[in-house]
Design a protein around this ligand. Structure first.
Ligand code: TXA
Ligand code: MG
Length: 330
C-alpha cells in the first residue's frame, strides 16, 4: 500500500541537509544515513509525524523508537543519566550505542514514540550526515531503521528506496554505511543489561563498566504488550528466502552466504556465492550482511545457506541477525 507521496532523493550536502531539517520541522519523514544503518527520521515531539512514520514502515505501534540527539547535553533534557549511563555516553558517543533510560519529567519525546513506556531509548550517531541533520533541525529525531517492518535494515539509499519510495518525503543519499548492523542497545536498569547486540561489541562496553552486562531473561519478550526490548521479536529480520545456518555443505539450488574460505562441499560452478569477508574480518562482514541478504533474496534460490560466523566481537550481532533471519517471518 503506497501513500502516493513523491519521494525526493538528494545527494548528501548542505542543500539536502537544509531540506531535511525543513521537512522534519513540517512533520515530514526523512531517511538519512547513520554509521550503523539508514534511519527514517521524524520530529520526536510531533505525534502526527510519528503516527505517519509507523504507518510508512507498517510497524506495530507498540514497538518504541530511538530518539537521536546531537550530544549528551541534549540527551540529558529527555532522559535521566545515572553514573553508569554518563560513563557509557562519554566513552562511546557519538557512536553505535543506544541507551535505554528513565524519561525526564518534562521529556519532549511524544508518548507515541516511546509506546507508553516510562523509559526512552537515546543515541548520538557518529555519521556526519546524521549529525548535520540533527544540528540543522535542532531537536530530537526519532529514527527506526528505514525499512518496511519485517525486512532487513537498509545499508544504502537504494535499499531505502526499494522499501519506502512513495511512502516518505525525502531520502538523503550519503552512500553505503560503514558499520552495517544496528546500534547495540543497553538498558541502564539496576544492573546494565544488553537488550540488543549491535555495532558496538559487548567487550568494549564491559571494559568501561568493569563488569559483565546483565543478560536479558529468556521470557523478557513473551508479553507482547510490554516487552523489554520490543523490537527483538523473533520474526524481525526475515528475507523471503529460507535461511539455513551453520552450513558445512550446500544442496542443489541453494545460494551460499560465505565467511572466510568459500570452498564448501556441494558447490558447483553455477552456485551463487556472496562472501561476507573472504579474509574473515568481522567488521567487513557486518558492513556487508544486510546488503548481501537483500541481494541473495532476489536470486530465486531454494534457500540461502550461511556458513558459520565466529561469535566474538561483532560476530555476536551478526549471528543474532542471522538467527532472526533463519526463524522466518511469522
Ligand atoms: O542503529 C540503530 O539503532 C538504528 C539507526 C537508524 O539509529 N535504529 C534502529 O531503530 O535500529 P529500530 O527502531 O529499528 O530499533 C530500535 C530498537 C527496537 O528494538 C525497540 O524495541 C528498542 O530499540 N527500543 C526503543 N525504545 C525502547 C525502550 N524504551 N525500551 C526498550 N527498548 C526500546
Ligand atoms: Mg529496525
Amino acid at each position: 500500500m503506497k501513500t502516493g507521496l513523491t519521494t525526493q532523493i538528494l545527494p548528501a550536502g548542505e542543500a539536502a541537509v537544509a531540506d531535511a531539517a525543513r521537512c522534519l520541522a513540517a512533520g515530514g519523514l526523512v531517511a538519512f544515513p547513520t554509521e550503523t544503518v539508514y534511519g527514517l527520521g521524524a520530529d520526536a515531539t510531533n505525534p502526527a509525524a510519528i503516527a505517519r512514520l509507523y504507518q510508512a514502515k507498517g510497524r506495530p505501534s507498540f514497538n518504541p523508537l530511538i530518539a537521536h540527539v546531537s550530544d549528551l547535553s541534549a540527551g540529558m533534557r529527555i532522559a535521566r543519566f545515572d553514573a553508569t549511563a554518563t560513563a557509557l555516553a562519554n566513552a562511546f558517543w557519538p557512536g553505535p550505542l543506544t541507551l535505554v533510560l528513565p524519561k525526564t519529567q518534562d521529556c519532549a519525546v511524544a508518548d507515541l514514540a516511546t509506546a507508553g513506556l516510562d523509559t526512552v531509548a537515546i543515541r548520538v550517531p557518529a555519521h556526519p550526515v546524521a549529525r548535520a541533520v540533527l544540528h540543522a533541525f535542532g531537536g530530537p529525531v526519532v529514527a527506526p531503521s528505514a525499512n518496511l517492518s519485517g525486512h532487513v535494515s537498509p545499508t544504502t539509499a537504494a535499499h531505502v528506496q526499494s522499501d519506502l519510495a512513495g511512502r516518505i518525503d525525502l531520502i538523503v543519499d550519503g552512500g553505503a554505511v560503514t558499520v552495517g548492523v544496528e546500534s547495540t542497545i543497553v538498558g541502564c536498569f539496576d544492573a546494565p543489561m544488553l537488550l540488543r547486540p549491535g555495532g558496538l561489541p559487548r567487550g568494549e562496553i564491559e571494559r568501561v563498566l568493569g563488569r559483565a552486562l546483565a543478560q536479558m531473561p529468556d521470557d523478557a519478550n513473551s508479553d507482547n504488550t510490554q516487552p523489554l526490548a520490543p523490537g527483538m521479536l523473533a520474526s524481525h529480520y526475515a528475507p523471503r528466502t529460507k535461511v539455513k545456518l551453520n552450513a558445512d555443505r550446500i544442496e542443489a539450488g541453494e545460494a551460499l552466504l560465505a565467511f572466510g574460505s568459500d570452498r564448501v562441499p556441494g558447490a558447483t560452478a553455477s552456485t551463487i556465492v556472496m562472501n561476507l569477508s573472504p579474509r574473515g574480518d568481522l567488521a567487513e562482514a557486518a558492513a556487508n550482511l544486510f546488503g548481501y541478504l537483500r541481494e541473495l533474496d532476489t536470486k530465486g534460490a531454494r534457500a540461502i545457506a550461511v556458513m558459520p560466523v565466529p561469535d566474538h566481537g561483532l560476530g555476536e550481532a551478526i549471528n543474532d541477525r542471522l538467527r532472526r533471519a533463519a526463524m522466518g517471518r511469522e
